[in-house]
Design a binder for this molecule. Structure first.
Ligand SMILES: [Fe+2]
Length: 465
């Protein structure tokens, strides 16, 4: 169904915008955390200035088993708290042993983010392998299969892999909350596993994102530590330990073992998301790595969704030859999350990054104030521009910022397009959606060529793109 468009949808947006997020299919029992819901994809198909919308669950093994059982069966993060958490864990293990919940085809909800690699749109969550999904011409998104890479990869895959724009190689990692290690992998542009080896950690930590430059990958070993013993003391299994240091691990991309990794220490802090990173050479030829990311300070809590504890855009600088590492905040007064740069500049120097901005007094993470454009090249004026939502609707940044916007007063949602260069708060286009789109996690725009490449044997709508 063609939706009402206020303004003009640019032809550059032909393709589809898909956003992932957690939607529990059953009422949670035994505790809920916002990471626990089943992955639901909200898709806007854009073609010739017209738009259609639909939503669909990612058809994971977990989703299908719990749908058949008509109740939750899997282990949820929200249930892993206190003494009841121990009981939930035991019950889950018994279900698994008795075949009441099957784990061989994955246990993840596919609810976090999307990536496009090797002509495949992938729904991602860090506790499982990717699920291949495909957007059809009517905006319906179907789940094709779980991407196992021929069985050559451990079953954990970051929701934020980095795809090198020069080679098309996908770099990623998986972590295991029950072991002090992660596994690093590289997958060729054609989908072959090129590297997959273990990196040793000091303790099991949750690592949501990492960074990539032209020659390096950088792991963020921040002290969000997994410890089942916490539950015996009535606490969550996963807790931030502000007494521990943060560690930044730098590894060459072309290596085949963890032997060359170098670790740098910083004070305790946390970051979910990296905006971008790159390497540069100083006048003396020495390599400097710069990582821009949204940093939470030592008051970070994984349970909190209030904006007063939100992150600041920050830079971690690593002087490799001098063995030095430092962190600085770019804009103390501003809170932000979900930073992005264009896919073609991931791991390369970017002047700008865009993020969702929050006022300090916002009630929760869903109540964003607007969008912020950071100038990463400016030493003293990092906030290049800020656009605020709703106030009257009156080269690198040649593009658009697209998002779903939910109005809590009218209980309705729009798909909104802003110009990345002018950063005017008057949208280029607003598409009225037929239903509410709940708050979620990450989205991905696939262009017309990527859209078509999902259908290698079906040219039914080639002329229409
Ligand atoms: Fe994320």
């Amino acid at each position: 169904m063609d939706l009402t468009v206020d303004g003009t949808l640019p032809s550059a947006l032909n393709g589809a915008y898909v956003r992932n997020g957690p939607n529990p299919q059953h009422m949670p029992v035994g505790g809920h955390h916002w990471f626990d819901g089943d992955g639901m994809l909200h898709t806007v198909r854009i073609k010739k200035g017209k738009a259609s919308y639909s939503n669909a669950y990612v058809q994971t093994s977990r989703y299908k088993q719990e749908k058949n059982a008509r109740r939750p069966l899997s282990l949820k993060l929200g249930g892993m708290v206190g003494g009841l958490g121990v009981i939930h864990y035991i019950v889950y293990k018994l279900r698994e042993r008795w075949g009441l919940f099957k784990t061989k085809d994955g246990t993840g909800p596919g609810n976090t983010a999307l990536a496009f690699h090797n002509k495949q749109l992938l729904a991602l969550v860090e506790t499982d392998l990717p699920y291949i999904v495909r957007v059809n011409d009517n905006s319906h998104t179907e789940t094709l299969e779980r991407q196992t890479y021929g069985g050559n990869l451990a079953p954990r895959f970051t929701a934020h892999p980095k795809i090198d724009p020069a080679t098309g190689t996908l770099y990623g990692f998986g972590y295991n909350l029950s072991k002090p290690e992660l596994h690093y992998f590289a997958i060729s542009s054609g989908g072959m596993v090129k590297e997959d080896f273990k990196v040793t950690l000091q303790q099991p930590t949750m690592q949501h994102d990492f960074a990539m430059t032209e020659d390096y990958v950088i792991f963020l070993d921040f002290p969000l530590v997994s410890n089942p013993e916490n539950m015996k003391r009535g606490l969550p299994m996963l807790m931030f330990d502000r007494e521990r240091s943060s560690r930044i691990g730098v590894l060459r991309k072309d290596t085949s073992s963890e032997l060359g990794i170098r670790w740098f220490k910083l004070p305790a802090m946390y970051a979910y998301h990296v905006a971008n990173a790159w390497q540069e050479r100083g006048n003396n030829g020495w390599i400097r790595i710069r990582i821009f990311l949204c940093v939470y300070d030592d008051s970070f809590s994984i349970q909190s969704t209030t904006s007063s504890t939100l992150a600041r855009m920050s830079e971690i600088t690593i002087e490799l030859e001098r063995d030095e590492c430092s962190v600085r905040s770019l804009a103390d007064e501003l809170r932000c999350e979900f930073p992005v740069v264009p896919d073609r500049l991931v791991g390369r120097r970017t002047r700008y990054t865009y993020a969702v901005a929050f006022e300090k007094e916002a009630g929760h993470l869903g109540q964003a104030a607007g969008l912020v454009k950071f100038d990463l090249g400016s030493p003293d004026k990092s906030v290049a521009a800020m656009l605020r939502f709703g106030s009257g609707r009156t080269g690198e940044d040649d593009g658009y910022l697209v998002l779903f916007m939910y109005n809590e007063r009218t209980n309705s949602s729009d798909f909104v397009v802003y110009d990345a260069r002018t950063f005017s708060n008057k949208p280029v286009a607003v598409v009225s959606l037929p239903q509410r789109v709940p708050y979620g996690f990450h989205g991905k725009h696939i262009n017309a060529a990527q859209f078509q490449s999902q259908f290698p044997f079906d040219i039914h709508f080639l002329p229409d793109i």
